[in-house]
Design a protein around this ligand. Structure first.
Ligand code: MTE
Ligand code: CO
Length: 416
């Protein structure tokens, strides 16, 4: 039997079992998966020497990063998206973390990597990776969200799938050295109030970061989810700027200059500022406000069963703290219900929520609304537009609506 066939049979069996559950837990006595022998229990499987680095089951090939052709003018300065609808828990597997790079992925031998600290310091320093590994390190889990996540949805619903509307985010446990330790080693002069972080890739990306943030919780990270950073995530070294927009998390981090004022480079002027209705723009809008999205059901993940017990699941996060509470509605906001949070609740990390309900089989309008530990409540898209107008791209944390029809098919819609 080919792998394809066995999967189809398995899916069929899955449906049989789930309707069985809803009825009386009866087991079909003609189910070939129970009554017949299968190839995989008659032949030996592959041995331990065949997977020096393990990969997902071939049946999981659809669980992958995807890009949007009309958003990809050139793949070396573009974006792909995390398949949020295929994931559970709070950790994004390394191979599925969305990628955003402006000059392609720089790949080089880590023994050639250098990190320089210069500018308003007592002692200008250059670190090798080995030097960095000798500083005391920490493990912390944070989300990274691109400021442009959901940006295409400012003027109305557009992309059909939470992978595309919300997938410019990943949530990873980093191992790294507090930036503060490296800065203290160099000694910051009293007028050193800002940093310029610079990448070693072809885009040579730079961002200004205020000293208070650098000394607070920033990390210089070399591991993600236990293993070395992936090349696309900035191997061998990236800056982690917890809760702040992804653009500041400089990958392939090669230089930190200490200065007395921000540099006003490209990524903090013509980009990553928020254009308002009257033509003025807000700058330095670094923090990612509380946001949530229902990942299942969603346009790429319809409800496959008929009415009855149904699980709704999603993720929520805030750049200002934790998420103690998420509300869920299945009737477009007429009634709100408290979701069940499950899994660890870390500061500036993704949180997982569930809402279990008995679906009556009719149309649904599902939404989630995050509350963060400061008391801030995720706004509607209309509330955002009433203050920011319709010109923005960045920092869209508005409430997302999916319409689910009686067949379980989900679509991106907006209701007001
Ligand atoms: N750092 C460098 N050196 N070059 C880049 O192109 N892209 C930035 C940021 N850091 C970028 C960079 C942007 S816009 C984002 S959203 C994040 O990296 C994306 O991180 P990821 O590729 O791990 O998802
Ligand atoms: Co970005």
């Amino acid at each position: 039997m080919s792998k394809k066939n066995s999967r189809r049979q398995f899916l069929k069996a899955g449906i049989a079992v789930s309707t069985g559950l809803a009825a009386s837990n009866a087991v079909a006595d003609d189910d070939p998966l129970i009554t017949q022998k299968q190839t995989w229990n008659q032949e030996l499987g592959s041995g331990v020497d065949e997977r020096p680095y393990g990969m997902p089951s071939p049946f999981e090939v659809d669980v992958k990063r995807r890009s949007v052709p009309w958003l990809t003018a050139d793949p070396v300065s573009s974006i792909n998206f995390t398949p949020l609808h295929e994931l559970d828990g709070i950790i994004t597997p390394n191979g599925l973390c969305f990628e955003r790079h402006h000059g392609g992925v720089a790949e080089y031998d880590p023994s050639y990597h250098r990190l320089m600290i210069n500018g308003l310091v007592d002692k200008e320093l250059v670190f090798t990776m080995e030097d960095i590994m000798r500083f005391p390190r920490e493990n912390r889990t944070y989300f990274l969200e691109c400021a442009a996540n959901s940006g295409m949805e400012w003027r109305g619903s557009q992309l059909n799938g939470c992978q595309f509307t919300h997938g410019m985010i990943h949530n990873v446990m980093y191992t790294g050295v507090p930036l503060r330790s490296l800065l203290e080693e160099a000694g910051i002069k009293s007028n050193g109030k800002w940093l310029l972080a610079e990448g070693a890739d072809a885009s040579g990306m730079t961002r200004s970061i205020p000293m208070e943030k650098a000394l607070d919780d920033c990390l210089v990270a070399f591991k993600m989810n236990g293993e070395s950073l992936r090349p696309e995530q900035g191997y061998p070294l990236r800056l982690v700027v917890p809760g702040w927009e992804g653009n500041m998390w400089i990958k392939w981090l090669r230089r930190i200059e200490v200065g007395d004022q921000p540099w006003h480079h490209r990524e903090e002027t013509s980009k990553y500022t928020d254009l308002l209705e009257d033509g003025r723009a807000r700058r330095f809008t670094w923090v990612m406000d509380a946001k949530s999205v229902i990942t299942n059901p969603s346009p790429q993940a319809p409800i496959l069963h008929s009415k009855g017990p149904t699980i709704l699941s999603g993720v929520a996060w805030s750049g200002r703290g934790t998420i103690p509470r998420v509300d869920v509605t299945i009737d477009g906001g007429k009634n709100w219900n408290m979701a069940r949070m499950s899994g660890p609740s870390f500061d500036k990390s993704m949180h997982r929520f569930y809402y279990e309900f008995d679906w009556n089989g009719s149309d649904l309008l599902v939404q989630s609304r995050a509350h963060d530990s400061t008391g801030y409540v995720q706004p509607t898209k209309d509330e955002l537009r009433s203050i920011r107008g319709e010109n923005s791209i960045y920092h869209n944390n508005g409430i997302q609506t999916w319409h689910i029809n009686a067949k379980g098919v989900a679509e991106n819609v907006e209701i007001s």
